[in-house]
Design a protein around this ligand. Structure first.
Ligand code: SF4
Ligand code: SF4
Length: 236
């Protein structure tokens, strides 16, 4: 009698259906050869087969309260927005941790990367791995002129976390049209003038140092996300 060999990735695939998040996408390493994402993923977990990307909607109710102006003598409502994104980060981190645990229990190495974003090399403001590139490779959206990942469902109002895993999963990459409308609004409204129209063939052009310096000085800025018309209740 032949014993059917169990598929250790099956439990991970099942758990993907049970994650309490708004978006789930999968990029396969074998499809990413030659890209920066391929190199960075393998640097973190050399046996990575799949990158699972989970996302949650940033509520427009909080985004609308944000301001790019420094507030003195009154409450800074950017703090409320930050609390909201902290909650999302906690939920996302919990989801990728569950997934990684399931993967490891099936004998497949995994690395959950938190919803607060990846660690960043402060010298160049470069992330150890780009969540946006991973989300793009997984077909969840595309990087717009703002440099943010723009999705059809929530525009740029999405926060992500990742799980690298040895599990064999099914790719969700697709050829959906680019959600960015190239309206330039994010470029015009950036108070730091950190955004410019990108050259042909580039998705965006951002001066990350100007952006970071402005955010620090003003106590917050989410203008490029707030003004984007894609899937925004401001324009419906
Ligand atoms: S966060 Fe603010 S400063 Fe940075 S690119 Fe967006 S609009 Fe400009
Ligand atoms: S504001 Fe306009 S140009 Fe900028 S990302 Fe959104 S759709 Fe694209």
């Amino acid at each position: 009698m032949t014993v059917k060999k169990q598929d250790p990735s099956g439990a991970v695939r099942e758990m993907l259906l049970d994650l309490d998040v708004d978006m789930v996408g999968i990029a396969l390493l074998r499809d990413l050869k030659g890209t920066t994402l391929y190199k960075t993923a393998l640097k973190l977990l050399p046996s990575t087969r799949s990158i699972v990307v989970v996302g949650m909607e940033i509520f427009p109710e909080f985004l609308e309260l944000t301001s790019a102006e420094r507030t003195t003598g009154k409450p800074n409502l950017n703090d409320l927005y930050r609390r909201h994104t902290d909650i999302l980060a906690g939920r996302l981190t919990g989801a990728v941790y569950r997934l990684a645990r399931e993967s490891r229990q099936a004998g497949l190495k995994a690395m959950p990367l938190p919803g607060h974003g990846p660690s960043v090399d402060g010298r160049f403001l470069e992330a150890v791995i780009s969540y946006k590139l991973a989300a793009e490779a997984a077909g969840l959206g595309k990087i717009g002129m703002s440099g943010l990942l723009v999705t059809h469902r929530y525009g740029p109002r999405v926060q992500f976390a990742l799980c690298l895993t040895e599990a064999s999963l099914k790719s969700t990459a697709n050829d959906d049209p680019h959600p960015c409308r190239y309206c330039n609004v994010c470029v015009f409204k950036c108070p730091a003038r950190a955004l410019e129209r990108p050259a042909k063939g580039e998705s965006h052009k951002i001066n990350r140092f100007a952006c970071r310096t402005y955010i620090k000085a003003a106590g917050g800025c989410s203008e490029c996300m707030r003004v984007c018309p894609v899937a925004s209740p401001r324009y419906t």
